[in-house]
Design a binder for this molecule. Structure first.
Ligand SMILES: *Cc1c(COP(=O)(O)O)cnc(C)c1O
Length: 403
């Protein structure tokens, strides 16, 4: 064995990167350059920001609590068998959420694709390898027109056609021996003519598996149990939204045979539609720990915190002449205290877009959402204390635009 001192000495005489790197002999982590304390984002010229917007993939979703990153770091230190880990974590999640079975997926979209694939093939290995070729398989998934959403592409990845219905009559007519699954978008429940229970009732009568996409639907915590208990065969959640787990993780919950079938499409298996949906051991463990933490959280206290934070920003914004600030809570999905700020543009001479740009280009950078004439803010994805900065900056930006 070559001593570290000698290695370092030799290294310092290696003229170019690439000499020893990439040979497997040494990794960049053991170079003399200290890995701790580096400001990687700054080195890369990537700007960080305060997230006053919410759980957006483009904004990298959520921040994981330290217990989750500790679990991730823990998992980096040893090899395990990927299927063993998924089995054990799946059993533990099912126990925690009191459902038949569960697995960690690469996000809710991945849960949808894997779930659909599992429904199509069940546990038949030859069929697994055939997807997205549907020869001899069912080929249609039914959903309501009011539930149409880009994420439904995750269903089509399996080669199936989406069949849209509006009325109960449409639904009854659309069901055939080609129907593989009936898909439901939880957040659109009240928008559709057919609601949770009726959708389920029709599906069960026709022995068609159901999927409920609940991606962004915690809080409330009850939703983690509600729809599997209601009877939905498969339910999907994002790991990197309200659960504050890894951004590239999610949960597929439901009937054991269907979740097991979905697993046949996931890594480590390669000849599958889901091979590109790998979840590593770090994220699998991180997802479990994030879920445990979420379940043990004081949800009431957290809600009160969000309320007081949003009130502070509300008060700051509303103190500006011509500005109206309204606190509201979306009924389903991103169900948290939220602020909608509008203003009389003859007094505050700014469009919504201009206000958002000023906030994102200021110091510190703050990301918000909103429409042409409005500014939308939530505090649940902020670090504690950042609400003060946001309140001050929102007030400043709006005030500066008044005449
Ligand atoms: C975010 C979202 C998804 C995608 O979830 P990922 O975890 O990002 O894969 C799917 N459906 C709905 C309704 C969502 O809000």
């Amino acid at each position: 064995m070559i001593s570290r001192r000698v290695l370092l000495k030799r290294l310092s005489s290696v003229p170019v990167v690439g000499g020893l790197f990439g040979t497997g002999l040494i990794s960049s982590a053991s170079t003399p350059v200290a890995a701790v304390g580096r400001d990687y984002f700054k080195e890369l010229g990537v700007r960080t920001f305060i997230n006053a917007a919410g759980t957006y993939t483009s904004m990298t979703g959520c921040l994981m609590p330290p217990e989750v990153t500790d679990a991730i770091k823990y998992a980096t230190g040893d090899y395990v068998n990927l299927d063993d880990l998924q089995d054990k974590v799946g059993e533990r999640i099912a126990e925690l959420l009191d459902c038949e079975y569960a697995t960690v997926t690469a996000g809710c979209a991945s849960a949808i694709t894997l779930g659909t694939a599992g429904v199509l093939t069940r546990l038949d290995q030859s069929k697994v390898e055939q997807i997205p070729d549907l020869t001899g398989l069912k080929s249609e998934v039914i959903l309501q027109k009011s539930h149409e959403i880009g994420y439904a592409h995750a269903i089509r990845n399996c080669g199936v056609d989406l069949v849209f219905v509006e009325t109960r009559k449409d639904l009854d007519k659309a069901i055939s021996n080609k129907t593989a699954m009936m898909w439901f978008l939880n957040t659109a429940n009240s928008k559709g003519q057919i609601q949770h229970e009726e959708w389920l009732e029709v599906a069960q009568k026709n022995e068609i598996p159901t999927f409920n996409d609940c991606a962004a639907d915690v809080p409330p915590v009850e939703n983690l149990y509600k729809y599997t208990k209601m009877g939905y065969d498969l339910v999907g959640f994002s790991g990197g939204k309200g659960l504050r787990g890894p951004q590239s993780a999610g949960l597929l919950l439901g009937k054991k045979d269907l979740v097991k079938a979905a697993r046949l499409h996931a890594p480590p298996r390669g000849n599958t539609v889901g091979r590109g949906m790998k979840v590593n051991k770090e994220e699998i463990l991180g997802m479990l720990v994030a879920l445990e933490l979420y379940l043990n959280r004081d949800h009431e206290a957290e809600w009160k915190l969000w309320e007081s934070q949003i009130q502070m920003i509300h008060d700051a914004a509303a103190s500006v002449k011509g500005v109206t600030a309204e606190i509201h809570v979306p009924e389903v999905a991103n169900h948290v205290p939220s602020l909608n700020i509008t203003w009389d543009q003859s007094i505050v001479k700014l469009t919504g877009g201009e206000a958002r740009t000023k906030l994102s280009q200021g110091h510190p950078s703050i990301q918000t959402v909103g429409g042409k004439d409005s500014l939308g803010i939530t505090t649940w994805m902020m670090q504690p204390g950042q609400e003060r900065i946001v309140a001050r900056r929102v007030q400043e930006v709006l005030h500066q635009a008044t005449t």
